[in-house]
Ligand binder design. Structure first.
Ligand code: GLA
Length: 431
């Protein structure tokens, strides 16, 4: 099919879908306290800023267990990560034991989760944290465990009964390769089915769409009930891979996809360039050769500039000081979590040097300066080039040095190491 026709068909699918859901008003469901509330209000105030937490996949993969999750919950509190804002503990793939052949009920792997998911969720909640789980819109998950296809209502109900606060919903074993257009519609239908099923439980559950981006979930993610949608394939512990066509990809590859999607992000719905690989140092479940400290710091900086969900992947029980310093920089986290909920966008690009701008609350703006090159480079950019008011006077705060800095009038000049990203908060003082 030629490209323009395909695009038109994609848009027709989305518009038809939008019309079809606009008629579903008026249903009520019972909430946690037993009160009837409009189904459409369930989850309304979720993810007003990008969700933050830890996910088992990058670090533990198949080794996930009740014991390891409890230890992670303990560590997230004792290390100070919880106080820094990381509150969701999400178990990714491989928690499942199977599906009961008579009742169809999903159950956890009895060897690795002997006390069951409800008891684990209770433990996580007892630490003042939130609990998340993983499933898939197909017949199986990517790890070939039972998927939720055909069991959406049943699975959403058991997740709610267990006390789940966050569902990551993958897209393996779904694709209908016979017709590209059908495939687009299929994704919307399948995600809406689970989105609706979650709402029907009456429990506010963050719905994390993990379709990896080929069917543009930023166009329909929010309408199917999602609060975040993956924009890329899986980011591994590596810096770059030229194309975002299949996992694994690198930090820079994912950043480049997300960098153009700012108009789709905002409170309650976020572009998700995948989890943080910060601190993995090639020791996790996903490898790739590892990144250096500058590159890990750049991932943290750019994810915050892009208002991305911040899901840690490394084993936080064994974090070294450099990883802690990156993950617990409250100044950079505050940029991600800013109440305006604006995703940053590229304002400058020249010779492999780039600048991004993210409007912040309180007459402030964050500017990041980034070097794509593998050599040290000096970036020089005028306020005009950075889309800042040239006559404005700003107080400039360096987010990694944690101090105020001086720059020439209406101008930024910074030396950047290979792949380095420096971030500044500019507060308007006078004209
Ligand atoms: C896919 C997802 C990953 C992870 C794995 C689990 O690859 O994109 O984030 O959830 O499946 O099998």
């Amino acid at each position: 099919m030629n490209k323009p026709i395909r695009k038109v068909l994609e848009w027709i699918t989305i518009i038809a879908f939008a019309i079809s859901i606009s008629g579903c008003k008026g249903k009520t469901v019972e909430n946690k306290s037993g009160r009837q509330i409009p189904e459409s209000s369930v989850g309304k105030n979720l993810a007003l800023t990008p969700p933050m937490g830890w996910n088992s996949w990058n670090g533990l993969g198949i080794k996930v267990s009740e014991e390891s999750i409890k230890e992670i919950a303990d560590s997230i509190v004792s290390t100070g990560l919880k106080s820094a804002g990381f509150t969701y503990i999400v178990i990714d793939d491989y928690w499942q034991g199977g599906r009961d052949s008579v009742t169809g009920q999903l159950y956890a792997d009895p060897k690795r989760f002997p006390s069951g998911i409800k008891s684990l969720a209770d433990y996580v909640h007892s630490k003042g944290l939130k609990f998340g789980i993983y499933s898939d819109a197909g017949t199986q998950t990517c790890g070939e465990r039972p998927g939720s296809y055909g069991y959406e209502i049943k699975d959403a109900k058991i997740f709610a009964d267990w006390g789940v606060d966050y569902l990551k919903y993958d897209y393996c074993f779904c694709t209908d390769y016979a017709s590209e257009n059908n495939d687009y519609k299929m994704a919307i239908d399948r995600y809406k089915k689970m989105g609706d099923a979650l709402k029907m439980t009456g429990r506010p559950i963050i719905f994390s769409i993990c379709e990896w981006g080929p069917r543009s979930p930023w166009l329909w993610g929010k309408e199917v009930g999602g609060q975040l949608w993956r924009t890329s394939y899986d980011v591994y512990d590596l810096w770059d891979k030229p194309r975002n066509d299949i996992s694994p990809i690198g930090i820079q590859t994912s950043m480049d996809v997300d960098a153009n999607l700012e108009r789709f992000a905002g409170p309650g719905g976020w572009n998700d360039p995948d989890m943080l690989v910060v601190g993995l140092k090639n020791t996790g479940n996903i490898k790739g050769g590892g990144c250096n400290e500058t590159e890990y710091r750049t991932q943290m900086s750019m994810w915050c500039m892009l208002a991305a969900p911040l899901m840690i992947g490394c084993d936080i029980r064994k974090m070294d000081n450099s990883t802690k310093t990156i993950l617990m920089n409250k100044d950079i986290i505050a940029i991600d979590q800013d109440s305006q909920g604006k995703q940053g966008f590229r304002v400058f690009r020249k010779d492999g040097l780039e600048a991004f701008k993210k409007p912040l609350s309180g007459n402030r703006v964050a500017i990041s300066l980034f070097n794509r090159n593998s050599s040290i480079n000096k970036i020089s950019a005028t306020y005009k080039e950075l889309q800042l008011d040239s006559s404005a006077k700003y107080k400039i705060f360096d987010v990694w040095k944690h101090e105020s800095v001086l720059q020439p009038d209406a101008f930024f000049q910074v030396e950047l190491k290979p792949h380095e990203c420096q971030v500044f908060i500019l507060s308007l003082t006078e004209k």
